[in-house]
Write a protein that binds this ligand. Sequence first.
Ligand code: HEC
Length: 380
Amino acid sequence: MVLLLACTLPADVDPAVPDSSGESASSAVRDFSVGAFHHCWLDGEGSLSCETVGPYAMIGEERARPDEAFVDVEVAFRHGCARTSAGVATCWGDSAFRGTFDTLEVGATSSCGLLGTRLECEAVGWQDDHVPALAEGVDQVSSGLRNTCVLDADGMALCWGGVDLGQGSPGTGPFSAISVGHYTTCTLADEVVDCVGDDLYGLVSEAPEELISISVGVVSACGRTAQSEISCWGSDIYGVISGVPSGTFARVEVGAGHACALSYEDELVCWGGSLDEQWDHSGAPLSHERDIQPIWDMHCLACHPGTGGSDPRLNLARGSAYGVLMGETWHPGLVNTSSVSDSRVLVRLKSQSAPMPPTHTLPSTQIDLVARWIEEGAAP
Ligand code: HEC
């Protein structure tokens, strides 16, 4: 079978950077999972492969992925976990979570496993308020950036943690499915969609009314219609909405900037992942909330998610990032409007020796946008 990738490189990216456009052959895909700018899959023999989209490097790739036969795989930003047919979970990247489970769920800052109705989770990173250490009576689990929600056998929801823009309060249910994204959580109740939380990208207000499955990413979300076709909504800056493949699919999952779906012929199709150069900010002056926060949401939160307003560290989550950058809640100098190029954040975005993110250089259009925002006075 053929793995089809409809990803293209942003125009300004150095062509020497390897990309994953084109087609690569692999045998039937048994399971897959979409992380930040990468996805991983298991072939018919259970062997694990991963691939990035666009110019982005795979976070945590330097740490070896296990070389065993697996039955399912889950990946997030900086770690992944896979399960053998005996149920034994092995994680790589930033998580050393282990155990024997029936299903796995991996969020940006958590690893969870469900055995029967007993859920066991481990936080990835320093904060652990967003995962239940142990919960009983769990039927489904979904983890986002810093929230984890579970459904019990009756479909009643319970959520933990994180910055709350409403995404931690999807209502009690009963629900048939739940998907927790970065700042938005969507539920299905008899195929009726309800999304709560942040609506900057239209993830709440543009959600379709009915779907049979749902997956919420960072700036976009997708689900399957009653006809098993794919429907995506939210922001199209990475081409997830306009690139939706036609046909019917058994599953769909959304990452930070791209999405993948598995056809009924076990073919994996991925799309998006290319930054829209037309995503234009000509409506000056630039604002942090509208123009800059989406860059942090996409590229920084995996490592700078913060733990709330009082956390002294570099918290780039919505609601905290502006205060941190302006030196109001953390040390000064990250943004320096009187000497733009000395702004620490810009220095690190452009740095060769200690780049931020450490894994890939941002598209130059985004670095330029940050510079322009500071030049214009760094408006909120
Ligand atoms: C893979 C994890 C990771 C990602 C992704 C990441 N960072 Fe970092 N960042 C770190 C770590 C670890 C440090 C502390 C060590 C250091 O300074 O290099 C850090 C430090 C920084 C600092 C230095 C703070 C200071 O006081 O000088 C800045 C600024 C920064 N990051 C900005 C960003 C921005 C902006 C992004 C997204 C565009 C980003 N980082 C993405 C891991 C990450």
